[in-house]
Design a protein around this ligand. Structure first.
Ligand SMILES: [Zn+2]
Length: 357
């Protein structure tokens, strides 16, 4: 990864982008990708997309969701503590004792999720994870008024204070890798395609869509609007190679063993088969997952828009999803970039993904 890509990656993942409050992060994304695109546009709710015109108007959309999970101010007590609600699927079992950053009217405000000391906690009958409403955040205030003075009110969002770190041998660890890393990857794909624009067979749209974590709404709006001919959704997937995960239940995905491609439901067999062919040609390792009902990603929101868009799902293996220590391998990041870039370069303008009877 070169210096400018690395700077962008850390800036993108360091910018809070909780669902419903993605615009600051979207500006960082748009600011980077515009150098490798013919134009960058956005819609009312803040989904952003970059367009690179190819030799044909046939449109390939590469989509990744731009939002991350977080918390939101639900209630402020007289004593100045903040009760929170979850934005998306935040793992509140691991919340106590962690630091948060609220985005208030006067800028960022640090908070600590209170954790009663082990010595004085009531542990009779064993310990159980707290309910969300039992969590409280200490922002260093003594009263409701103090909290207001900090620029905080009900409805302000927060994310964990953790940022991206290099870890072990070629790995990255941090919060919001789900799926801010997807935004990074599709931007890098545009950077590589831009170098070969004269030979690019189709028009490529990189779409960084809002509001996935609460139901895939941004991707739905963008697919309806842009009407791609074929689309690939990029998200993270559970690496199941850590202790205690039953592979019979959750399948087998290994960190560092390459992008995963999903089979079934929203994932169109002909698009999936094209991905497999491109991976084989480029010698990119692939892992396989099944989707028998839902994929749980934006693919589910994209494929049935209007009269149907042939879609596929490519995933980046990730450990510890929705925690502050999400972990990915840079070899996988590079392989996903290579796979999506090669898919675009190998697409034929007259390639038809519609099933024929
Ligand atoms: Zn995700």
């Amino acid at each position: 990864m070169d210096k400018s890509a690395k700077t962008f990656l850390h800036q993108l993942l360091g910018t809070p982008s909780p669902t419903g409050f993605e615009i600051t992060g979207q500006r960082v994304w748009a600011g980077y990708v515009k150098a490798f695109s013919d134009r960058v546009e956005s819609d009312a709710y803040g989904s952003a997309w970059a367009v690179l015109e190819g030799k044909s108007p046939v449109k390939l959309m590469l989509e990744a969701h731009a939002d991350e999970i977080g918390y939101m101010v639900k209630h402020v007590t007289k004593e100045g503590f903040i009760h929170v609600d979850r934005i998306g699927g935040s793992d509140y079992a691991t919340a106590r004792g962690r630091k948060l950053v609220f985005q208030g009217d006067k800028g960022p405000v640090k908070g600590i999720i209170g954790n009663t000391a082990i010595h004085i906690r009531d542990r009779t009958g064993g310990e159980k994870a707290p309910e969300v409403h039992e969590l409280y955040v200490d922002v260093g205030a003594d009263s409701e008024k103090d909290v207001a003075k900090l620029g905080l009110r009900v409805g302000h969002p927060a994310v964990y204070a953790d940022t991206l770190e290099e870890f072990g041998e070629g790995r990255l660890c941090g919060r919001a890798i789900d799926n801010r890393m997807g935004g990074f990857i599709i931007a890098e794909v545009m950077r590589r395609l831009h170098k070969h624009q004269a030979k690019l067979p189709v028009t490529v749209i990189a779409a960084n869509c809002v509001q996935e974590e609460i139901g895939g709404y941004g991707a739905r709006m963008v697919t309806y609007r842009l009407q791609p001919d074929v689309a690939i959704c990029l998200d993270v997937t559970h690496a199941t190679d850590t202790p205690g995960i039953e592979k019979a239940k959750h399948g087998s995905v290994k960190l560092g063993a390459g992008p995963s491609v999903t089979h079934g439901t929203a994932c169109h067999p002909l698009v999936v088969s094209k991905i497999e062919k491109v991976a084989a040609k480029e010698k990119i390792p692939l892992q396989h997952e099944s989707s028998s009902r839902y994929s749980g990603t934006d693919t589910d929101s994209m494929y049935h828009i209007r009269s149907g868009t042939p879609c596929a799902l490519v995933s980046l293996p990730l450990r510890y999803m929705h925690s502050v220590v999400e972990l990915v391998d840079l070899k996988d990041v590079e392989h996903v970039i290579q796979l999506l870039t090669a898919f675009a370069m190998n697409l034929q303008p007259d390639e038809n993904f519609a099933h024929q009877l």
